[in-house]
Design a protein around this ligand. Structure first.
Ligand SMILES: NC(=O)c1ccc[n+]([C@@H]2O[C@H](COP(=O)([O-])OP(=O)(O)OC[C@H]3O[C@@H](n4cnc5c(N)ncnc54)[C@H](OP(=O)(O)O)[C@@H]3O)[C@@H](O)[C@H]2O)c1
Length: 229
């Protein structure tokens, strides 16, 4: 197997951190890990010589040029995971414009802009977007998640639109809609809730899907949940 470069956005904790550790077990993988918290990534990935952490703030208006700068020394990207997410749990009437704007900046706009920044390096690549069951049409919905779940639904829609626009290329994009996973995001948003699986198990599924899923599907929105019917 030849060397593969993998870009993971949202890698400092939770599912993204586990995903990076799983992918790093293969020494042929060269992993670029991005999040705001550089120190935490450096601690998490200490000793993993094939992981390269970089600070990146997805809520910034300069996210696209910031990622271009990070990628300037890269020759090609083979796999990309848009895993970062921001969950605001608030009654609909209390949502501020800033809550909605930040949710969309991190969960939607940055996904599109990070893909734009990475495109020049991707000729034959699998891009996996991480959405939520809350953004999956027809699934059970939860109160308080209007900003979060609508933004995750936009990620599903973007996946289908990208797949159509790039159908004659070797770029494949798919979207995984996750159910509950026991992470800091879940604990902060729903204190005391116990999810049926941990981030290591979900990270393992995402890693396998990332490396192989494009051989079977493109532009697909896939529900992946033990918790949500
Ligand atoms: N856990 C669940 O039950 C669940 C269910 C459905 C879907 N999901 C989705 O799965 C993905 C991972 O979730 P998780 O539970 O592992 O969440 P998490 O523990 O909160 O981790 C989120 C990651 O996103 C990064 N991030 C957030 N805001 C960012 C920003 N402005 N700029 C750069 N990075 C940012 C965080 O890094 P920094 O803070 O260092 O920036 C962190 O690495 C998310 O997209 C989430 O919506 C999770």
């Amino acid at each position: 197997m030849s060397k593969k470069t993998i870009l993971v956005i949202g890698a400092s904790r939770g599912i993204g951190a586990e995903l990076v550790k799983i992918l790093a077990k293969n020494s042929e993988h060269h992993i670029i890990a991005c999040s705001r918290n550089l120190e935490r990534m450096q601690e998490n990935f200490a000793g993993l010589e094939n992981v390269y952490p970089h600070a990146l703030d997805l809520s910034s208006e300069t996210v696209k040029s910031d990622l271009k700068q990070i990628l300037s020394s890269v020759s090609q990207i083979d796999f990309m995971v848009n895993n970062a997410g921001l969950l605001i749990n608030k009654p609909f009437e209390s949502l501020t414009r800033s809550d909605i704007e930040t949710s969309y900046a991190v969960n939607v706009i940055s996904v599109m802009e990070c893909v734009q920044a990475a495109l020049p390096y991707m000729k034959n690549a699998h891009i996996v977007n991480i959405s939520s069951m809350g953004g999956f049409q027809g699934s059970v919905k939860f109160p308080g998640l209007a900003a979060y779940s609508t933004s995750k639904a936009a990620v599903c829609s973007f996946t289908e639109l990208f797949a159509e626009e790039y159908k004659d290329s070797k770029l494949t994009m798919n979207c995984l809609c996750l159910g509950a996973v026991q992470t800091e995001m879940l604990e902060e948003a729903f204190p005391g809730y116990e999810a049926p699986m941990g981030p290591d198990k979900m990270g393992e599924y995402i890693a396998n899907f990332l490396l192989t899923g494009h051989n079977w599907m493109r532009g697909k929105i896939i529900p992946l949940s033990l918790s949500t019917p």
